[in-house]
Design a protein around this ligand. Structure first.
Ligand SMILES: *Cc1c(COP(=O)(O)O)cnc(C)c1O
Length: 360
């Protein structure tokens, strides 16, 4: 069967050369005589895999030496608990509420302390990023939490909030490695791998070293302590070995194809192609405020749920799959992560135009 263009929000498309490489190494990795899945995490072969994955990620994002990279499990959702458990000193966090992933993180943080919501875009179903000027940062806030790209609604922060010196924590699950960032702007970055990196099961945490302490809340389970994972090189227990291996292949592939800046240029081209079509369409329209548009998740509607459903069904028949919007947003969503080729977006735009001419 032919591969489809998969616009899934996650788990999502992976680069074909990575899948081919993994296939070629499936039965025998190097001289090990076994698959990476069958290998001890304490083996030399695996140590090399995780070390290279870390080194390559450091190269890709220019991660300074005073930041640790952790390969964890439990998805981004586990970070909603792990961050407050480890960073709370006063037990206060400021949030910018930009959608479902903010709200879930807010509920978790509330178990351990006080949450202030500095700004929210809930009034218009999170279709924009709230104004970030003059935020009322709490004097005693331990950190400020943002969701930098909002996978469900299709918004992204185009600039960072001024946290007035407070630590900034960013959920980058759906935009990590999509464009260059300055890691030093953040105290902690986390991302589930299954959107823009690799398979589900690996979570990446990039954390400033001085924040890794033994000052976590007393009842913090050992698996939720950054310090143990940092001290043990992400191998306190068995890490998600195969997932880390695939992430590592994706990092190598990115480095070989020009790195994050080159990807960013491609991502802009892809997103512009799709948004330009939507802006000129008489049937479809983008949902999000123009200045806050994500280049990873593009949300759009016709305004008629039955036409939306017809479009999604016909797109699928044409090899353009997983275009249905999230249940809380409706309409359509095309996730066009790093691994979605330009040709995939072009095929989508061509099909949108064809559908429009037939259904206007
Ligand atoms: C998908 C997603 C999550 C949840 O990730 P899990 O790995 O399923 O826990 C959190 N935040 C954002 C921005 C996401 O896109």
């Amino acid at each position: 069967m032919k591969r489809v263009y998969n616009f899934s929000a996650g788990p999502a498309v992976l680069p074909v050369p990575v899948l081919e490489k993994a296939a070629s190494e499936m039965l025998c990795y190097g001289n090990s005589g076994m698959s990476v899945m069958e290998m001890s995490h304490r083996s030399k072969d695996f140590q090399k895999i995780i070390d290279e994955a870390e080194a390559d990620l450091r190269k890709l994002l220019n991660i300074p030496n005073n930041y640790k990279v952790l390969f964890l499990q439990g998805g981004a959702t586990t970070q909603f608990s792990m961050v407050p458990l480890n960073l709370f000193r006063n037990g206060v966090v400021d949030f910018i509420n930009t959608g479902a992933w903010s709200k879930k993180a807010i509920s978790e943080a509330k178990r351990y302390g006080r949450v202030n919501v500095l700004a929210t875009s809930e009034d218009l179903n999170f279709s924009y990023i709230p104004n970030l000027d003059n935020l009322n940062i709490s004097e005693d806030a331990d950190y400020v939490h943002i969701v930098q790209n909002n996978t469900i609604y299709g918004t992204k922060f185009t600039k960072l909030p001024d946290t007035k010196g407070k630590l900034l924590v960013s959920d980058m699950s759906s935009n990590i490695l999509s464009e260059p960032i300055n890691v030093e702007d953040y105290a902690l970055i986390f991302a589930g791998a299954q959107k823009n990196i690799g398979p589900a099961g690996t979570t990446i945490v990039i954390i400033r070293e001085d924040l890794i302490t033994d000052k976590y809340l007393d009842s913090t389970p050992i698996m939720l302590q950054y310090k143990i994972h940092a001290d043990k090189g992400s191998m306190y227990n068995t890490p998600p070995t195969y997932g880390i291996y695939i992430c590592g292949l994706v990092f190598k592939h990115l480095l070989e194809t020009g790195g994050v800046e080159a990807k960013y240029q491609e991502n802009l081209k892809k997103a512009n192609l799709l948004y330009d079509f939507l802006d000129n369409s008489k049937l479809f329209r983008g949902v999000v405020a123009k200045e806050d548009r994500s280049i990873m998740n593009v949300t759009f509607v016709t305004g008629k749920p039955d036409i939306d459903a017809l479009f999604i069904a016909q797109a699928k028949e044409n090899g353009l799959v997983n275009l249905k919007g999230h249940r809380s947003a409706g309409g359509m969503r095309a996730s066009i992560y790093n691994a979605m080729p330009y040709e995939g977006v072009k095929a989508l735009v061509d099909f949108l135009a064809k559908f429009e001419s037939e259904n206007l």
